[in-house]
Write a protein that binds this ligand. Structure first.
Ligand code: SF4
Ligand code: SF4
Length: 80
């Protein structure tokens, strides 16, 4: 049986088109990987903000953000 060893951090992508800036990922992440950023020039109040990844190297792959994002906008790939 082979075992997979994950290194610290992860490759994280956020689908900007799907993200509605609800802030749930920012709040749930125990490692402060995310931050909300204002979309420049956005006039739709429901899309004023988007989540961005500011510290992917701190991700511990708890997957809480994946579970909480109602838009399925987050993609995470662990580093092996
Ligand atoms: S939880 Fe999903 S929709 Fe909400 S801010 Fe994070 S990525 Fe965007
Ligand atoms: S998997 Fe956990 S540690 Fe990694 S970004 Fe999501 S909530 Fe943060």
């Amino acid at each position: 049986m082979s075992t997979v060893t994950f290194q610290a951090g992860a490759n994280i992508k956020i689908d900007e088109d799907e993200c509605v800036g609800c802030r749930k990922c920012v709040e749930v992440c125990p490692e402060d990987v995310y931050e909300l950023e204002k979309r420049p020039g956005e006039t739709d109040p429901n899309r004023e903000y988007k989540s961005i990844v500011i510290a992917s190297e701190k991700c511990i792959l708890c997957l809480s953000c994946l579970e909480i994002c109602g838009k399925n906008a987050i993609y995470i790939e662990g580093k092996q």
